[in-house]
Design a protein around this ligand. Sequence first.
Ligand SMILES: [Zn+2]
Length: 322
Amino acid sequence: MPATPNDSSTDSRTHAESEFGRSFSTSEKPSLRGRFAPSPSGPLHFGSLVAAVGSYLIAKYYGAEWQVRIEDIDPPREIDGAADTILRQLETFGLHWDGPIVYQSDNIPRFLDILESLKRQDLLYACDCTRKQINKISDDGRYPNICRDKQLSFEGEVAWKLRHGKNNYDFFDQVQGQCDFDESLYREDFTVKRKDGLMAYQLAVVVDDIDSGIDHVVRGIDLLDSTPRQLRLYEVLGKAAPLWYHLPLAINEEGNKLSKQNHAEAIEAVKASQQLHQAIAFLGQKPPVALRQEPPEIIIDWAIEHFSLGSIPRQQQIPYFD
Ligand SMILES: [Zn+2]
């Protein structure tokens, strides 16, 4: 992982120093809106439950709203009925959302408008490179910005790239501390519209978070090195970045992230209290053992009341064996 969270500054969680981190101390709770944003590529598993519970607890701890957004803009990876399954699972686990569910696919016209405006500002260019060509000329797999001055047409099968900025997009993470990355990440022009015509993840996430007024983003640490790119997007869109909270990942016995791709088991309604208790403990909280016998709502209430942000492990990965 290219990210290098700085572990030396253990007390820096309350002193955001990065240009993009807004400073606050935990005694002054800001007014926030958080979200959980699953893609409908399968039911929730323990790893995604941790992200859901973490974002829920942080939102509720701050007295904030918690939005659910279904990230359904990659049809080839989606499974029919998965969005409804996810929503049912959240309800069963006592995770009740505020306001209407946002379906990202409804916002595609909005993403296209944003892309047009970036294009007019000459912040985008077209790229017709294949992955194979890029690998051939790039040592580190990064895109070497070779189409930057080619003035290729935006029509047809081309990716749309965002020109990189001059800043360093390091940031302060509310869980992991200061996060710095290799210069090569900051200087890589990245895709905002894919070659297959689909919206790129980075663009859709940032536009939806801005439009929904999301001012704290809680998610798995596997997205840590997406954050500098998203900060570049906040910069070109002229908006303040949210607070970031990157949670440790649950890994399986082979050391792989629990994911739909490696067939992590779906969380189960009959084990809701047990798995919820495990997810809360995974986040470094100390729920009493007896709480396991209680219904999910009671467990969640306990977790909100006793929530400690500073107890979330500053680790990248934690094994989880059911
Ligand atoms: Zn290219």
